[in-house]
Design a protein around this ligand. Structure first.
Ligand SMILES: *[C@@H]1O[C@H](CO)[C@@H](O)[C@H](O)[C@H]1NC(C)=O
Ligand SMILES: *[C@@H]1O[C@H](CO)[C@@H](O)[C@H](O)[C@H]1NC(C)=O
Ligand SMILES: *[C@@H]1O[C@H](CO)[C@@H](O)[C@H](O)[C@H]1NC(C)=O
Ligand SMILES: *[C@@H]1O[C@H](CO)[C@@H](O)[C@H](O)[C@H]1NC(C)=O
Ligand SMILES: *[C@@H]1O[C@H](CO)[C@@H](O)[C@H](O)[C@H]1NC(C)=O
Ligand SMILES: *[C@@H]1O[C@H](CO)[C@@H](O)[C@H](O)[C@H]1NC(C)=O
Ligand SMILES: *[C@@H]1O[C@H](CO)[C@@H](O)[C@H](O)[C@H]1NC(C)=O
Ligand SMILES: *[C@@H]1O[C@H](CO)[C@@H](O)[C@H](O)[C@H]1NC(C)=O
Ligand SMILES: *[C@@H]1O[C@H](CO)[C@@H](O)[C@H](O)[C@H]1NC(C)=O
Ligand SMILES: *[C@@H]1O[C@H](CO)[C@@H](O)[C@H](O)[C@H]1NC(C)=O
Length: 467
């Protein structure tokens, strides 16, 4: 066998060159499955790695090729992975490519599993030749170090924890080498050393006896400094504190009024974490039919009713619930008189950017004091907008007035020398009156300031001073 002859002569050459090598090789005798002792032959080896540094560092997903070169072109070599397994596959993420005198180990994209000592060795000669010297293997190895970018894996950016208990703000930091983690709350560094409140754990920040004041933005910051590079990454986590629902406003409107033919909004606003659900009941039953809409927001639900039938009066109950608790509130919807339409709707003053309106409505002789008119709603749009929206008043701007804010009804922020269409309605506790007729009012043209006049004027004044 040619290979055998070459190997024998190679061994002989080595033996005569340096007897100490033999001792070293004897010490490396091992079974075929176990990993090789990690070291690189110190004498002129029959094998050489290219690149030839003892350790090589790469990031996950990078590609990399290393060649195992034999001095004799026809020596058979093989690669062993860090677990001691022989690699012979010529395809795949990590594979072997063979050329005469070169055995390439190809990493198409490196993974963390590839970390460790990879060994290229001369194939043992299993040919019945029991020559001890020949059975010994020559090998050379390198250590592959794999770096992984910092990432936060499945860390949730909104987390919520129970009030009054201990809790963990999760932050799953991934990276190789492992980064150091520090924490900030609303931009302020959290001291976890000797803290009875906060403890830093490998998977997050432990908070003792959570209260509402622990809510906020937590920054999980990962930093590492290695001999070859340093980097940092951070993630911001919004921490919400779970609590049972509570009302937004204490002042309730246990009685509301409406008239048949009008509209009314019943509102129910409550905080809660997780955000509560809202349910409306009418006289203890679910609300059916087409005469209502419910506007749901995170922390409230407004029931809008179009009162078409006296049967719609009665008790409306709002139920607010989340897993930690529930609340309920009853609003009594009573019939009230429809307000009279404004009897006077005129301009009091015209400005270039607004109007002051003159609005009046006679007392409702038949209604109680609390059911009298308490203000107005004015809706308006420019002539241009009116044409543009095909006369649809639902696009109009509107402004509400209450008498307790005074008796001046000012519409500001209008364009000068522009015609507006306006209408007005009275308000009382039962809702809005019918709309007045639509009136057209035009803003003043304004005092048009011409800056080109300023300079001749200044020149005149200056000239008169100097003369
Ligand atoms: C690889 O070999 C080197 C030197 O021989 C040794 O220090 C290191 O611990 C080995 N690495 C592994 C992962 O076995
Ligand atoms: C590596 O690449 C794969 C696809 O090419 C990608 O899905 C993965 O996120 C990458 N990993 C890293 C750590 O960049
Ligand atoms: C933490 O407590 C120890 C002992 O109680 C004390 O020696 C040390 O200075 C404290 N460290 C800080 C940062 O407060
Ligand atoms: C938790 O904090 C509350 C105040 O936020 C306090 O009243 C209570 O005693 C604390 N409980 C414990 C076990 O420390
Ligand atoms: C509402 O009233 C309750 C007691 O009636 C009180 O404890 C709570 O602080 C009040 N909340 C607000 C927002 O006023
Ligand atoms: C009722 O609520 C809706 C939606 O918020 C609003 O558009 C409407 O003007 C309200 N109606 C009354 C009478 O306040
Ligand atoms: C009001 O509703 C009741 C029951 O749904 C019905 O019997 C009655 O005819 C309605 N009245 C009017 C004026 O629609
Ligand atoms: C005023 O109220 C009385 C009884 O409440 C009623 O009989 C009368 O028709 C009402 N008048 C007007 C103008 O609404
Ligand atoms: C006016 O506009 C609103 C909102 O786009 C629409 O719902 C309504 O049907 C329109 N009304 C008319 C009379 O076109
Ligand atoms: C006001 O507008 C009218 C028509 O839109 C125009 O004819 C007139 O010149 C304008 N007046 C001023 C002072 O801008």
């Amino acid at each position: 066998m040619d290979t055998l002859m070459v190997l024998c002569s190679l061994l002989l050459l080595l033996l005569t060159k340096n007897a100490a090598v033999l001792g070293q090789l004897d010490g490396s005798s091992r079974g075929s499955g176990s990993p090789p002792p990690a070291r690189i032959n110190s004498v002129t080896p029959p094998l050489r790695l290219q690149p030839s540094t003892p350790s090589i560092t790469h990031f996950v997903n990078e590609s990399f090729i290393i060649f195992c070169q034999t001095v004799q072109k026809d020596i058979d070599t093989k690669w062993r992975d860090p677990r001691g397994q022989t690699r012979e596959n010529t395809k795949g993420r990590v594979h072997i490519e063979k050329k005469t005198g070169l055995l390439a180990l190809v990493f198409e994209h490196i993974s963390l599993d590839d970390m460790g000592n990879w060994t290229c060795e001369v194939n043992s000669i299993a040919n019945g030749n029991r020559n001890v010297n020949v059975e010994r293997e020559f090998f050379t190895s390198f250590e592959l170090l794999v770096n992984q970018k910092i990432s936060f894996g499945k860390t949730e950016q909104v987390q919520s924890v129970r009030e009054g208990r201990d809790a963990l703000v999760n932050c799953f930091v991934e990276g190789m080498p492992k980064p150091e983690v520090s924490w900030l709350l609303n931009g302020e560094y959290i001291n976890t050393v000797n803290s009875s409140k906060h403890t830093r754990l490998s998977n997050g920040l432990y908070i003792k006896n959570v209260s509402q004041s622990d809510a906020g933005e937590y920054t999980c910051r990962a930093l590492r400094i290695t001999p070859t590079f340093s980097d940092a990454e951070q993630i911001t986590i919004l921490l919400r504190i779970q609590h049972k629902p509570h009302w937004f406003y204490n002042e309730t409107m246990p009685v509301q009024f409406a008239y048949v033919g009008g509209w009314v909004n019943l509102s129910c606003d409550a905080m809660g974490e997780p955000p509560p659900s809202f349910t409306w009941l009418h006289n203890g039953k679910g609300i059916v039919g087409f005469n209502h809409r419910i506007f749901v927001a995170d922390y409230g639900a407004t029931l809008q009713l179009e009162v078409k039938n006296a049967t719609q009066f009665g008790d409306y109950k709002c139920k607010v619930a989340n897993p930690l608790g529930m609340l309920e509130r009853v609003i009594r919807l009573r019939p009230g008189p429809k307000p009279n339409c404004p009897s006077r709707f005129e301009l009091k003053r015209i400005y270039s950017h607004g109007f002051e309106l003159d609005l009046r409505t006679p007392r409702m002789s038949n209604a109680s004091e609390q059911m009298q008119i308490y203000g107005y709603r004015v809706a308006y749009m420019s002539e241009r907008e009116f044409r543009f929206t095909a006369s649809n008043w639902s696009y109009a701007k509107q402004r509400d007035f209450s008498f307790h804010q005074g008796q001046h009804f000012l519409i500001p922020n209008l364009m000068e020398n522009t015609t507006y269409l306006m209408r007005a309605a009275s308000r009382n506790l039962a809702g809005l009156s019918d709309w007045s007729v639509v009136k057209k009012f035009t803003t003043a043209a304004g005092c048009s300031w011409n800056p080109s006049l300023l300079y001749p004027l200044l020149a005149l004044i200056l000239a008169s001073i100097w003369s």
